[in-house]
Design a protein around this ligand. Sequence first.
Ligand SMILES: NC(=O)C1=CN([C@@H]2O[C@H](COP(=O)(O)OP(=O)(O)OC[C@H]3O[C@@H](n4cnc5c(N)ncnc54)[C@H](OP(=O)(O)O)[C@@H]3O)[C@@H](O)[C@H]2O)C=CC1
Ligand SMILES: O=C(O)CCC(=O)C(=O)O
Length: 522
Amino acid sequence: MTINGELLIGARAVRGTSGEIRAINADSGETMEPSFGGATLEDLDAACALADAAFDTYRETSPELRATFLETIAANIMAIGDELVERAMAETGLPRGRIEGERGRTCGQLKLFAGVVRAGRYLDVRIDPAQPDRQPAPRPDLRLRNIALGPVAVFGASNFPLAFSVAGGDTASALAAGCPVVAKAHSAHPGTSELVGRAVQKAVADCGLPEGVFSLLFDSGRSIGQGLVADRRIKAAGFTGSRGGGTALMKIAQDRPEPIPVYAEMSSINPVILFPGALVAKAEATAKAFVGSLTLGAGQFCTNPGLVLGIEGDDLDTFIGTAAAALGDMPAATMLTPGIAKAYRTGVEAIGAHDAVETVARGKPGHNCQGQAGLFVTTAADFLAHHELQDEIFGAASLVVRCPDLATIADVVDHLEGQLTAAIHIVEGDYPEARKLIPHLERKVGRILVNGFGTGVEVAHAMVHGGPYPSTADGRSTSVGSLAINRFLRPVSYQDLPDDLLPDALKQANPLGIERLVDGER
Ligand SMILES: NC(=O)C1=CN([C@@H]2O[C@H](COP(=O)(O)OP(=O)(O)OC[C@H]3O[C@@H](n4cnc5c(N)ncnc54)[C@H](OP(=O)(O)O)[C@@H]3O)[C@@H](O)[C@H]2O)C=CC1
Ligand SMILES: O=C(O)CCC(=O)C(=O)O
């Protein structure tokens, strides 16, 4: 496949004329060919008009056709072959194993949603048959199903060029729900975006779907991303990135005449809590595993363990000493973009210079596009007094907080902002205290895990990858796993409609053969 630097507007590929975007080789800092033309407001309008025109046909496609479409996207992505892997490696600095794994995850997500569409449970069909003789008043016939929200804007994430980008989780769940997608490529990996975009565009044609089901835009400034969220035809947006970017888009969405949801995944420091029994039993092993998770992908995971809470004493010192030694050996790692590397350096310099913080280890130094890991220590009293110590440093940096006792750990948890994950490290003797802390954690996070770390989110039915603000804009949903489809659905109730007028999912004969809740019974 060729990378031409073109926008994909429905079935067309056109050169954008509003400025240009250049990919940068993450490792060398050199600009790459070709240049990508930025979309104009006319291009944005055309993509949204096509998406809107496609919506009614696409949302009523049969489960089989929609599932086949999702599987065709996966097949088309695989068919690009090594060109996709090499381009993504160059644009992001991420190693081959990671990119190949992410490609597998991306295709796995699409196939998972194909299964969800075929099973039809996401429609949440409920039928309360009429009771004409009910006293004192008859009950009407009520039938409910979920329908697709409308065209969705998807912003690609810098740190997951495949699994959270053009055909990533938000796109897969929106398409599964029946929503056309207008994707805004992340400027850090435009070539990867175009390759994947062409695979989706081809799948639309392969499956005979309306062309407006998918478009891909590049933005040389901010007007296309912002205009997309402001466009009246767009009914929801998915985003992973910075708090500044996410909140700017949330504000635009709220200020519209018709506000829409922006599912923004933003900053999270993912507390790790070391219980006393676990520290006695396995401080060293836990410290080594912690450093592995912290430095994975140069620390550029929103699930990165950026905060560690433990009770001060010899065992916590063993944890800190072992982690410091392991981290000190870590080579510097290429970061996604020079801008992200600079932001990381600034964040690490600020925390290192903080009066209340001690620097206990730095990884090996590297060049300008690389990040040098860092481990820092403070006390609970200082952490509670300085809110800025909660700020996410996007990269391989973490802060250990020495706490006098478990009650203080609970207090620190209570003062945290919303988080994607919390990890507790325990042995059986810690269970009584862990049981007390779990309700505090439930109020703060979307996923609680034991004796592990949050990096590497499983794509599954029971996964929640979300959490209270600011980890996400709205903690009532997930961006990973089959439940993510709910973001792009809304319920409609049909009262006393003749069978002929009902959608197939609600017809008396159940032609789709799906699970339904009838009079409260499955
Ligand atoms: N916690 C997390 O999951 C993540 C956090 N980050 C944080 O974000 C920083 C920057 O990384 P990045 O991934 O580029 O995140 P950004 O938030 O800067 O960008 C994400 C996407 O949103 C667009 N965008 C950003 N701001 C606006 C705006 N005001 N209006 C319209 N569109 C906007 C970007 O466009 P364009 O591509 O054109 O710039 C990009 O497509 C990192 O250093 C890190 O601190 C990043 C990734 C994940
Ligand atoms: O850890 C993962 O697999 C996903 C993390 C994530 O969503 C992110 O870093 O943006």
